[in-house]
Design a protein around this ligand. Structure first.
Ligand code: EPU
Length: 327
């Protein structure tokens, strides 16, 4: 396998995933392949599919938790980070950094994607998870994507991407995003875009933990309309415990979701620590790595949060992060 893989790009064996994830957690990948461009990626994926070899495409290493035992297959990283802008269309290789896509779009006089400045990871990963911030999500700006699926490269338009809150068809059913096309607006006053960006960054920096390794939000926010056991919606469950007129509750009603971080705070788990993993004091939907945390510590915290919130309010919390490898 090693010699075959070398035909496609640089190959390392037993490469610690902790070196490649924003959480700085994760055991070794059996093979770690670094590719220069997307064309080679398609050939590699066809080869791996033919061999029935498990693989995993590493985006920016954010929004994921790699297991302590690592990944018994091929982890692929793409070097191609190119971004081309033509009129109001931004064409980005899946490996392009989302923050850079946002900054270059703004520099080219485009507006609409300023919020991307607060999203860690690559644009391919952002599409897969329908990343969002500041009330917007990828769904709002994607024109179309190129995707590898079942040996073929397909062009998929926005509607066919099956975007849902923090999810897409590719996250649910597989498919590797190769290229992303965004459709933005030509801005009238570029200073506004810059101001917006700085405001987004300021909001993120004051409400989310800084200075520690983390992986972004752990859970999806709980959708108010979602019905749970006994046919009760999350909204009804919330109202059983909190005053409808409360300012925070009003805010959640407006966006249709209960902030997962707020729920963690309500059950008193902020600061809860297992090993070297700790629920952030600043935002309850973040777990920070104090140094040398294990995936097992994080998983134990995740389970505690889910149990506590369910027992107290009957609300089920679903992970947003992708868990890679067996624990
Ligand atoms: N809140 C608390 N305690 C907390 C956390 C939040 O009371 O520990 C309150 C805040 O004070 C605020 C409300 O809950 O009134 C909402 O909080 P925030 O604005 O931080 O937004 P969020 O709903 O917790 C979402 C996204 C983030 C995104 C922010 C900012 C999800 C799961 N989270 O968080 O996305 O950065 O909005 O736009 O949708 C991610 O998906 O990885 C992520 C970090």
């Amino acid at each position: 396998m090693y010699t075959e893989l070398k035909k496609f790009g640089k190959v390392k064996t037993d490469e610690p995933l902790s070196k490649h994830t924003t959480f700085k957690i994760g055991g070794p990948a059996k093979y770690f392949v670094v590719l220069e461009d997307v064309d080679v990626l398609v050939e590699l994926l066809q080869y791996l599919d033919g061999e029935g070899m498990p693989y995993f495409l590493l985006g920016g290493g954010s929004n994921m938790l790699a297991s302590d035992s690592g990944f018994d297959g091929v982890v692929i990283q793409i070097k191609d980070k190119t971004i081309h802008i033509d009129k109001n269309t931004v064409e980005a290789a899946a490996g392009a950094i989302t923050v850079e896509v946002a900054q270059q779009s703004m520099k080219a006089g485009l507006t609409g994607f300023e919020w991307g400045v607060g999203v860690p990871g690559t644009i391919g990963g952002a599409v897969r998870g329908n990343a969002g911030a500041m009330g917007k999500e990828m769904k709002d700006d994607v024109l179309k994507v190129l995707v590898y699926k079942d040996g073929e490269v397909l062009e998929v338009n926005n509607e066919a991407c099956g975007f849902a809150y923090r999810s897409s068809l590719f996250k649910r059913e597989g498919g590797i995003v190769l290229k992303v096309f965004l459709s933005l607006e030509i801005g009238e006053e570029n200073l506004d875009a810059k101001k917006k960006m700085l405001e987004f960054l300021k909001y993120r920096n004051t409400t989310q933990p800084q200075g520690f390794a983390s992986t972004g939000c752990i859970f999806k926010n709980a959708e108010l309309d979602q019905s749970t056991e006994l046919g009760k919606t999350n909204k009804e469950k919330l109202f059983a415990h909190f005053d409808e007129h409360d300012e925070k509750i009003q805010q959640f009603l407006k966006v249709g979701k209960i902030s997962a971080g707020w729920l963690v705070e309500q059950v008193g788990l902020k600061g809860y620590t297992v090993g070297q993993a700790q629920i952030s004091q600043r935002h309850g939907n973040f777990i920070v790595n104090l140094g040398g945390a294990k995936a097992a510590d994080v998983l134990s915290i995740i389970e505690t949060i889910q149990d506590r919130v369910y027992n107290e309010y009957g609300i089920e919390m679903e992970e947003e992060i992708q868990i890679v490898g067996d624990n």
